[in-house]
Design a protein around this ligand. Structure first.
Ligand code: GLA
Ligand code: ZN
Length: 757
């Protein structure tokens, strides 16, 4: 080697993304102020260009009947707005907006850049995206653009400008809707223009090729580059990609899409004072919405829980809590949900009776100040012909229409909820970069569903009735971790010294910090943390992870008679083939919790993931550890199932952090029962209680300021006592005992309660 390569470990310590931007946290104004709402926004995507004049007139009548006060317009109208390159036809759109405005319906106006017209594909075929194996995707569907395409960038910016100049001050336009669901179909493009843009992005990040070599570890498999010009996207390759290349590619692809949105936002702001949004897709894996949120004035979300999923209501809660986090704790807008069934699943279940209103109210309970659907009128043609609409093919004589009208009527009564905050004492940390790092790594475990661990812990909190915020790993001035009593750090794969510091502060201030593996496994370049995983969290937790033990699926276990004849292998156990492992509660309080949960008491179990954990005997830094109490082992692996070789090793640990605070480590993928048991114990330490105690099965409670939401997701009527205040939906007084019908909700304003509780 001629010149020593810069060492990857000498790179500055990884920092989680910084989110503060123009729209975040403290500087964000609530949507109802920005939009001039007196009750939650209600309506949907409106595509009048698919219909004739008579239908338009009928739409206005039906919208009035359903109490619609806002529609999203023009999302897929580019071909009508610019039928030939540079030739704009905006008059029809202005007329639609005029007529909607006259009818009292506000417009969320799209920049219409989600799907370029046929002329772009025909005249500029290089604007079409390319798949990983080099195939240009064709025209005739939607979102067929390369995010690096010069012509797409130029024409989309010009269209946004033309619309902003013409309609930026129109009184009927209350909000801008940039693009649509960025990355939904085309989250990455492998064309030559993207390869070139990737190289520029890498040059900016690393400066020169030697720093890239060091960061990517290219001495492995002879991947060393001598020029940045040799570097390309992680396209189709013979076998595994370089994980650092994949991780940077994900960051780059997110950056490319985000730069499109930001470019349009800049143009809109030059010509219009209206607030700006783009519709997110929950915890969509390809786009790091913490990075996106700062450029937006209003956070909005598209969410399609499956009515055939018994945990669909958790999906509503999870997405809502995440959107509120992205909005810096402020309300947000639901931009899309299905009025009934979608058309894109294998089985497209309709919403059950009552569910449209129930889930709409659940979204409001989690911070939404607007409920819009995809779409207003069910299409007669095209790929979404069989996706439900607020006005179904059958017309008014349909259950969907009745429920649409009922939902509009209910939302109209929720003016007192607008702008009211949700207060939570529990936070779940969510980090896209870590998810990318985990899915870029080859092993140690097959990446599961997106944010699987975070979702699982959030769900356990939700099932226990505990209000929860979702927060970024990065410092956020609007949401300091020290304000929380319980902080869950679920599979944050990248080691962040800065986050570790803030968790230490929170624990010292009295919080319970629960870290769940695999956490702190790699650095920001996907390189392994050396000396024991958990990295900079080790001082706080007092433990380190010395090995991983993924529990894989059953291998070769199906031939049950083989042991009759297989003399050599019949005495060989293969515990790693088991998908579960047993745990034993060592701590008396945890055993007590289990005893309270049933008779016989449930046992503790984990599946999918387990780790070998050692308690750190000698503190790394005697000064900082002075006065800290020793680590307590809360549970051990008991040798049952796949964890046989871990028998006796710590599975859950706890280290007191001074005062009432403590740091817990969970070295396994606990199942629902075990998570619930541990949370009961941790919540007792944290003095965290459910929003409303002792609710019957199926009933969720959430509070926004003085308004209590009781949401009965169950199929049985449920009785709740102690409910006092005014039922906002019926206007009647609640004086204690209420009965909730199956899939119904109660929204109660309690003026006797201080607003801040
Ligand atoms: C997405 C899109 C909409 C529509 C719906 C259908 O959310 O934004 O245009 O295609 O899916 O569910
Ligand atoms: Zn491209």
């Amino acid at each position: 080697m001629t010149s020593p390569a810069p060492s990857a470990s000498s790179a500055s310590a990884p920092q989680p993304v910084q989110t503060p931007g123009p729209g975040t946290a403290a500087r964000r104004r609530p949507p109802h102020e920005l939009l001039g709402l007196t009750s939650p926004a209600y309506g949907g995507d409106y595509n009048p260009e698919q219909w004739d004049e008579a239908t338009f007139a009928e739409d206005l009548e039906l919208m009035a009947e359903a109490d619609v006060n806002m529609v999203s317009l023009g999302i897929f109208s580019w071909a009508r707005l610019e039928p030939r390159e540079g030739d704009y036809e905006l008059d029809w759109l202005v007329e639609v907006i005029d007529r909607l405005h006259d009818a009292g319906i506000a417009v969320d106006l799209a920049t219409a850049t989600a799907s370029p017209p046929a002329w772009m594909a025909a005249e500029h075929p290089e604007s079409l995206p390319m798949s990983a194996d080099g195939v240009r995707l064709g025209f005739g569907s939607r979102q067929q653009y390369c995010p690096s395409s010069a012509v797409y960038r130029e024409r989309s910016a010009a269209l946004a400008q033309a619309l902003a100049e013409r309609l930026g001050d129109h009184p009927g336009v209350v909000m801008w809707h940039i693009g649509n669901e960025y990355g939904c179909h085309t989250a990455e493009c492998f064309c030559p223009a993207c390869a070139q843009a990737f190289r520029s992005w890498l040059a900016h990040r690393y400066g020169d090729v030697e720093h890239l070599n060091a960061a990517w570890g290219t001495d492995f498999w002879s991947q060393r580059y001598t020029s940045l010009e040799q570097v390309g996207p992680p396209a189709a390759m013979p076998t595994f990609h370089n994980p650092a290349q994949l991780l940077d590619w994900r960051r780059f692809s997110d950056h490319q899409l985000r730069s499109l949105m930001e470019a349009e936002a800049r143009i809109l702001r030059e010509h219009s004072s209206r607030p700006i949004t783009t519709n997110f897709m929950g915890d969509f894996p390809a786009t790091d919405y913490w990075r996106w949120a700062g450029a937006l004035d209003i956070i909005s979300d598209d969410s399609y829980p499956d009515p055939a999923d018994e945990a669909a209501a958790h999906e509503v809660a999870w997405a809502g809590d995440l959107m509120r986090g992205l909005a810096g704790g402020h309300p947000w807008i639901l931009m899309e949900q299905a009025p009934s069934a979608v058309q894109w699943r294998g089985r497209n279940s309709p919403k059950r009776p009552g569910q449209l209103l129930l889930w709409s109210l659940a979204r409001v309970a989690h911070g939404a100040d607007g409920i819009l659907q995809f779409q207003w009128r069910q299409s007669r043609q095209g790929a979404e012909t069989f996706h439900s609409g607020m006005v179904p093919h059958a017309g008014r004589a349909s259950r969907t229409w009745e429920e649409v009208v009922a939902t509009g009527r209910a939302l109209k009564r929720l003016g007192p909820v607008l702008g009211e905050p949700v207060r939570a004492q529990v936070a779940v940390v969510l980090d896209w970069d870590s998810q990318w790092a985990m899915s870029s790594a080859i092993g140690p475990v097959e990446p599961g569903e997106r944010f699987e661990t975070a979702r699982a812990w959030h769900r356990s909190l939700w099932e226990a009735g505990i209000a929860t915020d979702v927060v970024p790993a990065a410092a956020d001035p609007g949401a300091e971790l020290t304000g929380y009593r319980l902080i869950i750090v679920p599979a944050v794969f990248i080691d962040y010294p800065e986050l570790a510091g803030r968790l230490e502060q929170a624990a010292a201030a009295g919080a319970q910090v629960v870290v769940v593996g695999p956490t702190g496994v790699v650095d920001a370049n996907a390189g392994a943390v050396l000396g024991g995983y958990l990295g900079s969290l080790r001082p706080l937790l007092g433990v380190r992870v010395t090995d991983h033990a993924a529990l894989s699926g059953p291998v070769g276990r199906t031939d049950s008679r083989a042991a009759l004849v297989n003399r050599l292998s019949r005495v060989v156990e293969a515990p790693a083939a088991e998908t579960w492992t047993g745990l034993e509660a060592v701590s008396v309080p945890l055993r007590r919790v289990l005893d309270q949960m049933g008779s016989p008491a449930p046992d503790l179990r984990a599946g999918g993931w387990a780790e070998e954990v050692r308690v750190d005997e000698a503190p790394d830094d005697a000064d900082t550890d002075e006065g800290r109490e020793p680590v307590e082992v809360v549970a051990v692996f008991d040798g049952r199932g796949g964890g046989a070789d871990l028998a006796g090793w710590p599975a859950i640990t706890r280290r007191p952090a001074g005062g009432a605070g403590a740091a817990w480590y969970v070295a396994a993928d606990l199942d629902a029962v075990s998570r619930a048991a541990l949370l009961r114990l941790v919540c007792a330490h944290a003095r965290v209680r459910p929003v409303v105690a002792d609710l019957p099965d199926g009933v969720e409670a959430q509070r926004r300021g003085q308004v209590l939401f009781l949401l009965n997701h169950g199929d049985r009527a449920a009785e709740v006592t102690g409910v006092v205040g005014t039922d906002l939906l019926s206007g009647e007084a609640c004086t204690g005992h209420v009965v909730l019908a199956p899939r119904s909700a109660l929204v109660v304003l309690d003026n006797t309660r201080p607003a801040s509780v």
